[in-house]
Design a protein around this ligand. Structure first.
Ligand code: NZQ
Ligand code: ZN
Length: 391
């Protein structure tokens, strides 16, 4: 196991009706004025936004709102939010929604006290030294942003989708997680969230670090829980316990717990971010296409842990032919994604003729000559993986 530090200060408030505590939780953070950030309208339609506003009014906390954050959020809303916070002397941000809303809130939080362009943080021109506090009310288990220290934003100019990592400053101070709020999710969004949380675990699980039994077992166990609960939720969208288990799996998958002490990979995420930047597809659906392709390629080049994944997570019988065991595991994962209604090829994702040369060029321009760590991938390798995703 490798040395590590792990600072995970988010206060999780989990369960039925917990959003009623929002006003009180914000009061404890000494907020002068709050910016509420939300998405394209689901929280308006469900009445959640209105209920949250009432809890703030009850605590006499002034607030203003910025809505219309789109999936795969872009920079204009971040600039708008930064201006609003400065103008109205806001010192606390409340995100109500999923990864896109939370990531926009985090980017605003980092941008407000900074003199330059917030995008400097994403291109590693500047480091975040200070940020406003962010609280979250989660409405979709998927990106794991409620517990992560990351923000992922697309710059419209050049369609650059990049991530900022500042766990000491950008992890939300609290995350309110009521599984009932996820009942209204369309089946496809639920499925995309499941693919994303599984990917967050797999990015950590496929590591070259040896003797990481605790990380391996946490990853395998959480993956198995997701697979079980996902099958229930797809049939019974209002099954509270299945929704609850899935919601917590999404947080565990990405708040760092599963990966401490391990070298992590993240090549599949980088490859997917290029797809969602260029074609504006849902992140989880992009991953259900790319991850099986990455695993197929890895079964050929670095088989051992893929075979372990097949045996332990998918119950593939042990055999001396490790490659065939590994490929059976990949097939099981693909079939699982298909059973959830997810795409596993570019075509199924709605991209008939992906511009693979452009994806590869942008990927290596943004992320360097080599990406990932389980096997470091150069341009020839990533091109092969994108091509596998066409089959
Ligand atoms: O915008 P509204 O109307 O709210 O609708 C949203 C949106 O259309 C809808 N939705 C959310 N909760 C709902 C609901 N609809 C009905 N009922 C509810 N309860 O779901 C759609 C997707 O929302 P979004 O926030 O985009 O989903 P997700 O949480 O999957 O976030 C995806 C973004 O997060 C990034 C992705 O790249 C993508 O941009 N990621 C962020 C990470 C992080 N910060 O740590 C890590 C991830 O790997 C990921 O890259
Ligand atoms: Zn992800």
């Amino acid at each position: 196991m490798e040395n590590f530090t792990f600072y995970c200060p988010t206060y999780y408030v989990f369960g039925k009706g917990t959003e009623k505590e929002t006003g009180k939780l914000i009061k404890k953070q000494n907020a002068n004025k709050v910016l509420i950030v939300y998405g394209g309208g689901s929280v308006v339609r469900s009445g959640l936004l209105e209920r949250i506003e009432i809890t703030l009014q009850e605590e006499k906390i002034p607030y203003t709102k910025i809505g219309g954050i789109q999936p795969n959020p872009t920079d204009p809303k971040v600039y708008e939010g930064i201006d609003l916070c400065r103008r109205e002397k806001i010192n606390f941000i409340l995100a109500i929604g999923g990864g896109s809303v939370i990531d926009t809130a985090k980017a605003i939080a980092a941008g407000v006290p900074y003199n330059g362009d917030f995008w400097d943080f994403f291109i590693h021109k500047a480091k975040v030294n200070e940020a406003l506090k962010v609280g979250v009310i989660l409405t979709i288990p998927a990106a794991g942003s409620e517990g992560s220290g990351n923000s992922v934003i697309t710059k419209l100019d050049g369609l650059q989708k990049l991530s900022l990592r500042a766990p000491e400053l950008l992890r939300p101070v609290f995350a309110i997680m009521n599984p009932e709020l996820t009942y209204t999710l369309p089946a496809y969004q639920t499925a995309c969230g499941i693919a994303d949380m599984m990917a967050h675990i797999m990015e950590r699980y496929f590591t070259n670090t040896k003797e990481v039994e605790i990380a391996d077992r946490l990853c395998e166990g959480t993956l198995m829980a997701i697979i079980r609960e996902a099958r229930i939720v797809m049939n019974e969208p209002t099954n509270y316990d299945a929704r609850a288990n899935l919601m917590w799996c999404g947080t565990i998958a990405h708040n760092g717990t599963c990966g401490v002490g391990c070298e992590e990979d993240w090549a599949s995420h980088f490859m997917e971010h290029e797809i969602s930047a260029l074609y504006n597809v849902t992140h989880g659906a992009g991953l259900s296409v790319i991850f099986p392709a990455w695993l197929t390629w890895m079964s050929e080049h670095h088989t051992e842990k893929i075979a372990q994944f097949a045996i332990r997570v998918w119950n593939i019988p042990e055999h001396t032919d490790l490659k065939s065991v590994a490929l059976k595991g990949v097939k099981a994962l693909k079939e699982f994604f298909i059973s959830l209604g997810l795409p596993v090829t570019f075509k199924q994702l709605g991209i008939e003729n992906p511009d693979i040369d452009l994806l590869v060029t942008k990927l290596h321009m943004n992320k360097g000559e080599k990406i990932g760590s389980y096997v470091q991938l150069g341009k020839k390798d990533t091109k092969e993986i994108y091509k596998l995703a066409q089959k």
